[in-house]
Design a protein around this ligand. Structure first.
Ligand code: ASP
Length: 326
């Protein structure tokens, strides 16, 4: 990318020879450890640049189509902020109801349309595989911002970036995933991505009905990563480096009664953290709905708000990479 000390950048054309140029970001399975290191390296440069000058014009003249068929605050806003801090522009489609999707247009046709106007597209949709469908016809790089209960690859990249920036390493971490592991796409992507690192151990804390899907467990096991399941966070807190808490995904339940049965099952409180290490962190992809008591926010180990900020740097890196500018 070559950002200069005054926050500008050396004039570069699109680096079409880069392995990242024109690449779709659809699932974490496409990333090697080297790829993750590369994204994190560029994200760290973005962080420095933003702290120094707020932004630059690396993506001047480029347009992002930001297509959200499901609610979003952080993912949508951080992609928009990322594009704008790099000097690019955004077509925001936050309520797919206001687009022709509401008239019955297919994802493929919508993607072809946006490919005519924009240089890169971000899509969130409730259907698993929807981002792949868009990628097959868009003609521009497509970034999956969450496909139903499937994956959320950019979240996993920012989650691992958060761990690296906060704890200084990814190798050897014991990561405890808590909450709705069945429906939470962030933990599906994160568990898979963590297998790229050495000596990682995974603990799962979830109600019986919301356990990690077998498909993910099998993939993680095939990579040789130890996985253990527990009933309560207290059972594993002492040995945990990262406590990754998730929301019970209300919108994925067939009936309100089923949701009521598991709602509020785990609440992380200051008492939960009494037995935790001093140098561990608590993360959450957010939004939280009572899974973490607000009293925890004041604990320096609460990293979930810092995690949101790291997300913007990672999304700046991804946009620059797929547009051949990094
Ligand atoms: N924001 C995250 C997602 O879109 C987590 C959540 O909604 O609970 O998957």
């Amino acid at each position: 990318m070559r950002i200069t000390s005054d926050g500008g950048h050396l004039p570069l054309g699109d680096n079409k020879g880069s392995a990242w140029y024109g690449r779709h970001i659809l699932k974490v399975g496409q990333f090697t450890r080297g790829d993750v290191d590369c994204v994190h390296g560029v994200a760290a440069e973005m962080q420095e640049m933003v702290k120094r000058t707020g932004g630059c014009d690396l993506l001047k003249g480029k347009i992002l189509a930001n297509m959200f068929y499901e609610p979003s605050t952080r993912t949508s806003c951080s992609f928009m902020a990322a594009m704008q801090r790099l000097g690019g522009q955004v077509i925001p489609i936050n309520e797919a109801k206001s687009s022709s999707v509401a008239k019955g247009e297919s994802i493929a046709d919508t993607a072809i349309t946006l490919g005519c106007y924009a240089d890169v597209m971000v899509i969130r949709n409730p259907e698993v595989g929807s981002a792949d469908e868009a990628a097959a016809s868009a003609g521009i790089p497509v970034l999956n911002a969450g496909d139903g209960v499937g994956e959320h690859p950019t979240q996993a990249l920012l989650d691992t970036f958060t761990m690296r920036q906060e704890l200084g390493r990814l190798d050897g971490l014991t990561v405890t995933l808590v909450g709705d592991l069945k429906n939470g796409r962030t933990v599906h992507s994160l568990a898979r991505l963590l297998t790229r690192f050495d000596g990682v151990k995974l603990n799962y804390v979830a109600p019986e009905s919301l356990r990690m899907p077998q498909e993910v467990v099998d993939e993680v096991a095939a990579a040789g990563v130890p996985q253990n399941t527990f009933e309560q966070p207290d059972q594993v807190i002492a040995g945990t480096d990262v406590l990754y808490v998730t929301r019970i995904q209300k919108e994925r339940f067939a009936t309100p009664e089923e949701y009521e049965q598991v709602k509020g099952v785990f609440v992380i409180s200051p008492e939960t953290l009494e037995g935790a290490k001093d140098d561990m962190i608590v993360m959450h992809p957010l939004p939280r709905v009572n899974e973490i008591a607000i009293e925890v926010d004041a604990d320096p180990r609460a990293a979930y708000f810092r995690q949101m900020e790291y997300g913007m740097y990672v999304r700046m890196a991804l946009l620059a990479l797929v547009l051949g500018k990094a």
